[in-house]
Design a binder for this molecule. Structure first.
Ligand SMILES: Nc1ncnc2c1ncn2[C@@H]1O[C@H](COP(=O)(O)OP(=O)(O)OP(=O)(O)O)[C@@H](O)[C@H]1O
Ligand SMILES: [Mg+2]
Length: 458
């Protein structure tokens, strides 16, 4: 395992993308570090120490999901985000809580597989080149007739000459191939048939509810069909590289390492946990929220879940729950679950100053995003400082007058602000376009003034 980041390092990394929310950053950093600490403790004690998961409480659009997602990326962890309200109690129709472990496992497998395939790519490309050359210039059979000794020497000489000739032709072809001079040529290739597999047909019919073992079985019952197709060399190369990489990697190893990753570094983000808070046992067709909480408990505490890749232990998976908690409170969760989420942190509503910084400072800042989008059209956007202030201020106004959707407001405003330029960009090629505060006001004023219009457009 790689050297784990210290809490301070984690916060510093998060700072590159998320503005403010100092407490939340510190708390998730602690939660992540605690997991690592717990894994280092001698085994007899380890089981005594309960997992320290975290609940983030705060209004919409202030960075809850973003923090969790960045944290996962930092830790190179498999990361799954799921709404707690999607789950139904075992025995009811819908998603049971164990499905999140299976989904996380699925993610981890594809994560590791991609890495492994990347690692063997060079080798796969080499093999592919040889295969393509074989297709373009099928290798000659060895001389078959071997009569007398003198004939044999003759044959050998002929064969040698021939093979030397073939070799040099092959090398010439290789050069052409590498230069891309043969890219317009077609070759015959065995490719997987793209017919809709049976499983997909079932998928519409509530496949989700079907036992995954059964789903697997169905899948393997269908023969993997291939057909011969004429494809151009570049496409053939892609198909062959993909094929060869698949062949070169060891799936058993991939699965083993994916299980390890889920168990030791998996992160599950349980969104809308407040929607399942509450202890009343609802009557009627409603699924009881408490039931879902009870189902969650063993997974959060640590249990073993069967997946199609084998058993997965959930003891060290980090759970980050999140919710607005407008109506319910964390104390409305069943006590056992509260105990498994001992770290609580509140996120702050974003201020006008935060908006200003969010527009400018993160590595993926919105301003930077739009500048680079339009740069592809050779249009140079130049945002004036007071224009950015104006945008932040409008976002804040609209949020307080209509609905507070946090930083998401910046996205809708920027989109509206730049829609004209965005549309006309191909005709503005080579130009430099200043975005001034006057331009911002001019473009957005009418909409901002009219509350109803704001509701629809911004
Ligand atoms: N503090 C922040 N710094 C930088 N960007 C932010 C911040 N808060 C939110 N954003 C941006 O706003 C968008 C929404 O944020 P996010 O998804 O984290 O909201 P959330 O708190 O999870 O809201 P919800 O409760 O609705 O899920 C994202 O694109 C994110 O990058
Ligand atoms: Mg969210």
């Amino acid at each position: 395992m790689q050297q784990p980041l210290t809490p301070a390092e984690i916060v510093r990394e998060l700072d590159k993308y998320i503005i403010g929310q100092r407490d939340a950053k510190r708390m998730v950093a602690i939660a992540l570090r605690n997991r690592w600490r717990r894994q280092q403790v001698p085994e007899h004690l380890r089981d005594e120490i309960a997992p320290k998961n975290i609940i983030m409480i705060g209004p919409t659009g202030v960075g809850k999901t973003e923090i969790a997602r960045r944290l996962a990326r930092l830790a190179q962890s498999p990361f799954l985000k799921i709404e707690a309200s999607k789950f139904t109690e075992v025995g009811y129709v819908g998603r049971d809580v164990e499905s999140m472990i299976r989904d996380l496992m699925e993610l981890a497998v594809s994560m590791v597989r991609t890495e492994e395939m990347e690692a063997v790519k060079m080798r796969a490309e080499e093999i592919t080149e040889e295969k393509l050359l074989d297709i373009l210039l099928p290798p000659k059979r060895q001389a078959e007739s071997r009569e007398s000794a003198s004939d044999q020497t003759e044959n050998l000489r002929a064969a040698l000459e021939e093979s030397e000739q073939a070799d040099s032709t092959r090398e010439k072809l290789r050069k052409l191939l590498r230069k891309g001079a043969l890219d317009d040529r077609y070759v015959d290739l065995e490719v997987p048939d793209r017919n809709v597999p049976m499983v997909e047909i079932f998928a519409g019919a509530g496949m989700e509810d079907m036992d995954y073992n059964f789903r697997e079985m169905l899948g393997s019952m269908m023969p993997r069909r291939t057909k011969r197709r004429k494809v151009k060399i570049p496409e053939a190369r892609e198909i062959l590289v993909q094929d060869e990489s698949q062949r070169l990697i060891d799936m058993d190893k991939v699965i083993k390492s994916a299980v390890e990753r889920v168990e030791h570094s998996g992160i599950i983000f349980l969104d809308e946990i407040d929607k399942i808070a509450g202890r009343e046992s609802t009557k009627g067709p409603d699924v009881s929220r408490e039931g879902v909480q009870r189902d969650l408990l063993p997974i959060v505490e640590g249990s073993t879940v069967t997946t199609k890749y084998g058993m997965v232990k959930t003891d060290h998976i980090l759970f980050i729950a999140s919710g607005a908690f407008h109506i319910s409170k964390p104390s409305d969760l069943i006590p056992e679950l509260q105990g498994r989420f001992p770290i609580r942190v509140e996120l702050q509503s974003l201020t006008k100053e935060d908006f200003l910084r969010i527009l400018k400072e993160p590595e993926n800042a919105l301003i930077v995003q739009y500048e680079s989008l339009l740069a592809t059209e050779e249009v140079k956007l130049v945002f004036h400082e007071d224009a950015i202030e104006e945008i932040a201020s409008i976002a804040y106004q609209v949020n307080s007058r209509t609905e507070n959707i946090g930083a998401r407001r910046l996205h809708t405003i920027m989109e509206k602000l730049l829609s004209e330029i965005s549309f006309n960009a191909p005709d503005l090629k080579g130009q430099e376009i200043p975005i001034t505060s006057a331009y911002v006001r001019e473009t957005l004023q009418e909409i901002v003034k009219d509350e109803d219009l704001s509701r629809y457009i911004l």
